[in-house]
Design a protein around this ligand. Structure first.
Ligand code: S3P
Length: 450
């Protein structure tokens, strides 16, 4: 899984009005966590609606390598027979997490307080990303890590034989690092505390509680302090994975910029730690409504209805909203290209260490398609050209980054001339049905030679 095959160049041509219902797949964050927490429980966890993208399948394979039994039945339900907290076995080979930063960081955390050794790698994108942000707190638990320069994969982690609990303040807003510390804390005695200055997605805290761990959250002067009582016995669960708001973003944003569109995206979680994009789009003047608002599995959920919105205006996106929409800036920059005036995005330096440097990747691709973009280390600004105003006609690089690939395919749906991407293969990491789903709504994607 540590390399994609042949690149798959793809053209996206201007689409006619998009219409229909877009049933997006399961949430990637919750899918990874379902498999990992299932593997740490004693007994059988059942998971419906698991995202069957490459990232999550790599985590399923990793859980097998650490000794859990993970299977999928014919109905599409997944079954995880866990080994219990502290019960991971030593894998007999390298763990390949593919493209998945969430997978590798959460799994490193989970094994760091068990006396086993494991070596991790991934594709070229994952091997370029910083792992020191996880191995630094793991060292406080007593684990050791040996990687390449800059804390990069491949990396070997030697789990602590006598772990101690940790109190750790996150140096950057990162749900992956927060989760790695909490998962490591599971097999340490006493209380592990993580403090985050900005609230990031809280699926790990919620799900740990669901699996029976004792987790408390307190607002302090330094931020949210999350306390976990170590060495619980996790109880297997039956999980319905909600649909992914980060995947919903693509059909929603396409409908806003393609003339005459009206698209319904049902059952999308509006957990406030994930819903920042939708709030931002509404502030820009998008015709985006929440229908049938309700609660499912303790989370706020609604059906999203997005219609063509020719009068959107550029805005200053509040920096304190960044964590709740961190994966959505690439597609927001596409919508911003079709709004009137400038959209400014500040406090987003984390975008530079995602699957790609997302500010650089979007800025270059948008410029190649006639859009003006200015940028600094932790900010960028898109000058919108109004509805129908983007020339297109250019090529963009996907850089092994699913969200960059999908963003440029959506750009092509509304630009005057077709947009080409050099490789659509990365889309399969998080949204394997993207091509079919968007084509059914009215997209015109075509495979092409290089
Ligand atoms: C994720 C956290 C975020 C996000 C990623 C999923 C998670 O990463 O970008 O797609 O599931 O915890 P960071 O922790 O690096 O912000």
């Amino acid at each position: 899984m540590s390399g994609h095959g042949e690149p798959q160049p793809m053209i996206s041509r201007k689409a006619a009005a998009l219409n229909g219902v877009a049933e997006v797949p399961g949430d990637k964050s919750i899918s990874h966590r379902s498999l990992i927490l299932g593997a740490l429980s004693v007994g059988e966890t059942r998971v419906r609606g698991l995202l069957e993208g490459e990232d999550v399948l790599a985590t399923a394979a990793a859980m097998r390598a650490f000794g859990a039994e993970v299977t999928r039945d014919e109905s599409g339900e997944w079954h995880v027979h866990g080994v219990g907290v502290g019960g991971f076995a030593e894998p007999d080979n390298v763990i390949d997490c593919g493209n998945a930063g969430t997978g590798v960081r959460l799994i490193m955390g989970t094994m760091a307080t068990t006396p086993i050794t494991a070596t991790f790698t991934g594709d070229a994108s994952l091997r370029s990303r910083p792992m020191g942000r996880v191995t630094e707190p793991m060292a406080f638990f007593g684990a050791r890590a040996y990687g390449r320069s800059g804390g990069r994969l491949p990396m070997t982690v030697v789990g602590a034989a006598d772990p101690v609990p940790v109190r750790y303040t996150l140096p950057m807003p990162s749900a992956q690092v927060k989760s790695a510390v909490l998962l490591a804390g599971l097999n340490a005695p006493g209380e592990t505390v993580v403090i985050e200055g900005e609230a990031t997605r809280d699926h790990t805290e919620r799900m740990l509680r669901g699996f029976g761990a004792v987790v408390s959250v307190e607002e302090t002067g330094q931020g949210r302090a999350i306390t976990l009582k170590g060495q619980p016995e996790l109880k297997p669960q039956s999980i319905d994975v909600p649909r992914d708001p980060s995947s919903a973003a693509f059909p929603v944003c396409a409908a806003l910029i393609v003339e005459g569109s009206d698209v319904l995206v049902p059952t999308i979680g509006l957990n406030p730690t994930r819903a920042g994009l939708f709030e931002t789009l509404r502030e820009m003047g998008a015709d985006l409504t929440y229908e049938n608002e309700r609660e499912e599995g303790g989370e706020p959920v609604a059906d999203l209805r997005a219609r063509f919105s020719p009068d959107m205006k550029g805005i200053e996106v509040p920096p304190d909203r960044a964590a709740s929409m961190i994966d959505e800036y690439p597609i927001l920059s596409v919508v911003a290209s079709f709004a009137e005036g400038k959209t400014t995005m500040r406090g987003v330096k984390e975008l530079r260490v995602k699957e790609s440097d997302r500010i650089d990747a979007m800025a270059k691709g948008l410029r190649a398609n006639g859009v003006t973009v200015d940028e600094g280390e932790d900010w960028w600004e898109v000058t919108g050209l109004g509805a129908g105003g983007v020339p297109g006609g250019g090529m963009a690089e996907a850089r092994l980054d699913h969200r960059i690939a999908m963003s440029f395919l959506v750009l092509g749906m509304a630009a005057r001339q077709a947009v080409t991407i050099d490789d659509a293969a990365p889309v399969a990491t998080s949204f394997p049905i993207f091509h079919d789903l968007m084509t059914r709504l009215g997209a015109r994607f075509e495979r092409t030679g290089r």
